[in-house]
Design a protein around this ligand. Structure first.
Ligand code: GLV
Ligand code: MN
Ligand code: MN
Length: 414
């Protein structure tokens, strides 16, 4: 195939425009599910899809599908895509590169005169990030049938708002959540373009990674109820401080992963809220969300069990009552070997060296892999930094990723 007319400048401009749609001032990007910024960002991207001649559909949870019909619209499409929601204090590339990059890849293919035999479909997944409900990949989990509907119905955000309430407010209330699940063979393949969110490609000075496996994530929510009281009058032996129990639990998480026997085990207490949150009041309640991952599921599960045991032990000792909820305990994904080879062949055609990789971050690909052959294309990001405002990939690095994606889509859509 001749060189594709990928317009790196246009893509960079769109990345910057999308970054400006944020609940926080630049350079911070914050776009939490169904917030005003998320809804505006969806409109921005849907407009680009329309300008590219793609046909739009949205499902009951707000997943957006933008289709280039191809010569045989009845054939199962090749899908690509990622997410545009962003955790608080994020940067501008996580997820976005895979969405805007896919639109640019499709435009370049169109301009080159390429006509796909089967449809090519962009999916913009709802809430890849767990910020609102504590559970990541909400849209793709539901597409894959990996989240029971009763569990989806029981999801509440920190203000007590339910998924039902929030999706209705966002304009998706008239649709039935049961219809989100895709039928088997809905897609022939899925390829997600994403920044690496690690530093291996940069260290080895390589432009492209192809993902063979995605690590197994899990999340625990721990709620602690102690006894509140006056910070001056309540003597230390009388206390059942929920924050102190939570602090010990966070340290126990660190110990559980440091002693797992695997350098790949990671654990993070990323949410720690207390009530009432007044300097002269003993904390009576605490709420923690703990993220535990490994590439090996058995090692991750052993660490999970140790953390749960520690919660019981610490709370028993401190006279604090607790609940522990496993929000998600996911299996790793193994990517499709023939798709991996397609990406490698596309890199070869473009003269770009490529590294086979494991994704330590999770992605919607984790769930797409449950319903169709899946892989991911990684591009380097500076210092491996992600989930921070200084996240950065250069226009050249992004353009390389888009070129590989476009080439792979063209090879697959036949
Ligand atoms: C995705 O954002 C992750 O936390 O891996
Ligand atoms: Mn992310
Ligand atoms: Mn992401």
């Amino acid at each position: 195939m001749k060189a594709l007319p990928i317009d790196g400048e246009r893509l960079q401009r769109q990345i910057d425009e999308l970054a400006a749609i944020s609940a926080a001032p630049a350079p911070v990007v914050t776009r939490v599910l169904f917030s005003e910024a998320d809804l505006r960002a969806r409109d921005y991207v849907k407009n680009l899809c329309r300008e590219t001649g793609l046909t739009l559909r949205e499902d009951a949870v707000g997943n957006i599908f933008a289709r280039w019909a191809g010569k045989h619209p009845h054939l199962a499409p090749i899908a690509t895509g990622s997410h545009i929601d962003a955790i608080p204090n994020a940067g501008r590339y996580d997820g976005v590169v895979g969405v805007l990059g896919a639109i640019e890849a499709m435009r370049a293919l169109q301009q080159s005169g390429f006509k796909p035999e089967r449809p090519i479909e962009l999916i913009i997944f709802t809430a890849e990030e767990p910020t609102r409900f504590g559970i990541g990949c909400l849209g793709s989990r539901l597409l894959a049938g990996s989240l029971p509907l009763e569990k989806a119905a029981s999801l509440r955000d920190p203000d007590g708002k339910s998924l039902e309430e929030l999706r209705s407010q966002a304009g998706f209330g008239g649709q039935d959540l049961r219809e989100v699940r895709l039928t088997p063979k809905s897609y022939a393949a899925f390829v997600e373009l994403h920044i690496e969110q690690g530093a291996l490609l940069e260290k080895e000075n390589l432009p492209i990674g192809v993902v063979e496996k995605i690590a197994a994530p899990s999340t625990l929510r721990v709620q602690l109820t102690g006894v509140g009281g006056h910070a001056g009058a309540m003597l230390m032996p009388e206390r059942h401080d929920a924050l102190l129990a939570g602090a010990e639990i966070a340290l126990a998480v660190e110990q559980a992963v440091l002693t797992s026997g695997s350098p790949d085990t990671v654990g993070t207490t990323g949410v720690f809220r207390i009530e009432p949150g007044a300097v002269n009041s003993v904390p009576c309640r605490a709420w923690l969300e703990i993220d535990l991952r490994d590439t090996l599921v058995a090692t991750r599960d052993a660490a999970l069990k140790r953390v749960e045991n520690s919660v019981a032990e610490i709370c028993g000792k401190r006279g604090v009552t607790f609940t522990v909820e496993r929000l998600n305990v996911d299996a790793p994904a193994i990517c499709d070997s023939s798709l991996v080879e397609t990406v490698i062949a596309s890199c070869g055609e473009l003269g770009l060296p490529v590294k086979r990789m494991v994704s330590r971050a999770y992605h919607d690909s984790l769930f797409m892999a449950q319903i169709c052959p899946t892989t991911m294309i990684f591009i380097p990001c500076r210092g491996g930094v992600s989930h921070r405002p200084d996240e950065y990939s250069s226009p050249e690095q992004i353009k390389n990723g888009v070129a590989v994606l476009a080439m792979a889509l063209a090879r697959l859509a036949v």
